[in-house]
Ligand binder design. Structure first.
Ligand SMILES: [Zn+2]
Length: 282
């Protein structure tokens, strides 16, 4: 039985919200500098991620990477690690708390404790026009975790092997020469590139809908530290209907790396790890 509202229920609900982390106090990226460097950058590598599969790529600090879906609407699940220390990895939850449920230009992908520093900064997003739609949906979320075979098994008893979690696990294992059991614990909650998601207004349930991404669209990042990335082309395709199966139409994703000319980032430094002294009151 639900409880009866107290007499002052409406007054309690009417209290105005307070933004938890005012981002105007965050160190701001110099987007103008990044963009000037990007305009003169040369493409140095590309990695194609096949449908329902994953691939790794590396990006030196100060270089750029672009993700696109050149052949058709496709969602990607992105993991990032410090190239030289896999224990420092993208922290989806803190990034969400700092920037909101969905990321776009100027937002940063923050790393786990104790480093808590920007790993990558979004410098361009051709889907920035989308905003928040009438259902509460928006693009590039940090609210979903990644599709995985365990939840599929929980819900339907399935044994499906090409969820993003498994694709990322295989990609890291192949890249790093690890056993699957060694690679799997490094896989973490993702940035859902191109995915359109939100929470229903009436019940707060997580929803997805067809991604608005089309050939020609891309999202581009500046690597703040030396990065190892892994990207999965989700078996959900554009995520208009279902994932964790082979039912959806799927397309490859393309990752391209660009190097700026020497001197183009004059004044920029790779960010240091967080300044907290880690004594935790002792
Ligand atoms: Zn997926």
């Amino acid at each position: 039985m639900p409880h009866k509202p107290p007499p002052d229920a409406d007054a309690r609900r009417a209290i105005a919200p307070v933004i938890c982390y005012p981002t105007d106090r965050l160190p701001q990226p110099d987007l103008a500098l990044y963009r000037r460097a990007r305009r003169r950058a040369q493409r140095t590598a590309e990695v194609e991620v096949p449908p329902r599969d994953g691939r790794c790529f590396t990006v030196p600090a100060g270089h750029f990477f672009r993700i696109s879906a050149p052949d058709g609407p496709q969602v990607g699940d992105l993991n990032l690690w410090h190239l030289h220390d896999l224990s420092e990895r993208f922290y989806s939850g803190k990034t969400r708390a700092l920037h909101g449920t969905h990321l776009s230009t100027g937002d940063r992908m923050w790393s786990s404790f104790p480093a808590l520093r920007p790993t990558a900064t979004i410098i361009e997003d051709t889907l920035d026009w989308y905003g928040i739609d009438e259902h509460g949906g928006a693009v590039h979320d940090v609210i979903g975790t990644r599709c995985d075979p365990y939840t599929g098994n929980l819900l339907s008893g399935s044994q499906y092997h090409h969820c993003c979690h498994s694709n990322l696990t295989r990609a890291l294992a192949d890249h790093a020469g690890m056993a699957l059991s060694q690679a799997e614990p490094h896989v973490h909650d993702v940035l859902n590139v191109f995915m359109c998601t939100g929470f229903t207004r009436d019940s707060g349930r997580y929803f997805m809908k067809a991604s608005p991404v089309r050939p020609g669209d891309f999202i581009e990042f500046f690597a703040e530290i030396d990065l190892l990335g892994a990207l999965s082309a989700c078996p959900g395709g554009d995520c208009s209907a279902e994932h964790s199966s082979d039912a959806a139409a799927c397309f490859p994703l393309l990752v391209e790396i660009f190097a700026p000319p020497p001197g183009a980032l004059e004044g920029w430094q790779s960010p240091p790890v967080n300044g907290y002294d880690r004594s935790h009151g002792r």
